[in-house]
Design a binder for this molecule. Structure first.
Ligand code: TYM
Length: 330
């Protein structure tokens, strides 16, 4: 049995990228391993959300986790800020993280480019907090999408450096994990890049989107004027549509449109209609469960309370060990 940790920032609703990149893998693991899944609310503070909206986002993500099939009786499901041990470990790990390596981190450089007016220290040390999230439970497997690979490499570096500095094997090495071995990058609908909540409007399909919204978003997806030679390589926008189809459509449907592409008589309108219907079918049970769970305050409060208790039990053990190794326990 291994220890598994994964999390999602509470910056908005969950989309298909989150589902296929992280949640689906986690759900498959929860019955075989010691699993922790949390809502990274502290990480979401880098963008300075208003308190009411912030509280609501945390709740939404919790509802959607549960709707997606995370079982709080089997896994430990908690909110990051309910476990103060993580914040203390983050402070301690900041002592072994070098500013140079944090500045070189791709996600930090991207944030500087996108939000030059808000380059706060929380953004710079984001990977340290993420490492603390993982190593606080001594996790070895971390189900995440491809975009988190570098953060995992940094977490390994910090963990190893700590062990080396104090000459004790406190932390095992955590690795990004996917069931199919390859980490996943779910594309967005705007023709380039990944599906993400901070990308443009209409780029992401959210688990809670209504059928009408899904149809509208998919029909607006970027395409081109079509192939001109049989078997030609697909441009990114078209290959993205096929990748999305691979996630939600049947093998027959995919084969049909692949054939049409190869024969140069593909009708993108038909393909998008089919993709939208398959996405609607796929998200339908999730949408129904979201609506049910949303109303169940007792359940949500119980999950939050129990999750915090279980997570703190595990976290405090590690933190005690860390404090002893450092010489903080008198
Ligand atoms: P976040 O909130 O951006 O995304 C949550 C998870 O969803 C995955 N993901 C994707 N996977 C494939 N294709 C996509 N288009 C796509 N978009 C998002 C992400 O890879 C991630 O697994 N830093 C993390 C949150 C975090 C965390 C952690 C994760 C904080 N501490 C500890 C694991 C362990 C983040 O911002 O993910």
């Amino acid at each position: 049995m291994e220890t598994v940790v994964s999390g999602i920032r509470s910056t908005g609703n969950l989309h298909l990228g989150n589902y296929f990149g992280a949640i689906r893998n986690f759900i498959k693991m929860q019955h075989e391993h010691r699993c922790f899944f949390f809502i990274a609310d502290l990480h979401a503070l880098t963008t300075h959300p208003k308190a009411d909206q912030f509280r609501q986002s945390v709740r939404n993500v919790l509802v959607e986790y549960l709707a997606a099939g995370l079982d709080p009786e089997v896994s430990t499901l908690y909110i990051q800020s309910d476990v103060p041990e993580i914040s203390e470990l983050y402070l301690l790990m900041n002592m072994v993280a070098y500013v140079g390596e944090l500045e070189r981190c791709t996600s930090f450089k991207e944030k500087i480019r996108k939000h030059p007016d808000n380059i706060n220290a929380g953004l710079l040390t984001y990977p340290v907090l993420m490492a603390a999230d993982i190593i606080i439970h001594k996790a070895t497997k971390v189900p995440v999408g491809k975009d988190q690979e570098q953060h995992l490499e940094m977490a390994r570096n910090f963990a190893n450096r700590f062990n080396h500095l104090y000459e004790k094997d406190v932390f095992p090495e955590p690795y990004a994990y996917n069931f199919g071995n390859q980490l996943v990058k779910v594309p967005g609908l705007d023709g380039s890049g990944k599906m993400g909540k901070s990308e443009g409007e209409g780029n992401a399909i959210f688990l809670a989107d209504s059928p009408e919204v899904i149809r509208k978003k998919v029909m607006r997806a970027v395409t081109d004027s079509g192939p001109t030679e049989p078997g030609q390589t697909k441009p990114e926008s078209i290959s993205n549509l096929f990748q999305l189809m691979n996630l939600v459509s049947s093998a027959d449907t995919i084969a049909f449109f692949e054939e049409r592409w190869n024969a140069c008589d593909i009708r993108y309108g038909d393909m998008k209609k089919q993709l939208a219907e398959d996405m609607i079918l796929f998200t339908h049970p999730l949408r129904e469960r979201i609506a049910d769970i949303q109303k169940d305050d007792d359940l949500l409060n119980r999950v939050i309370r129990q999750g915090a208790e279980k997570a703190r039990e595990s976290a405090s053990k590690t933190l005690h060990e860390v404090r002893t190794v450092i010489g903080l326990n008198r």
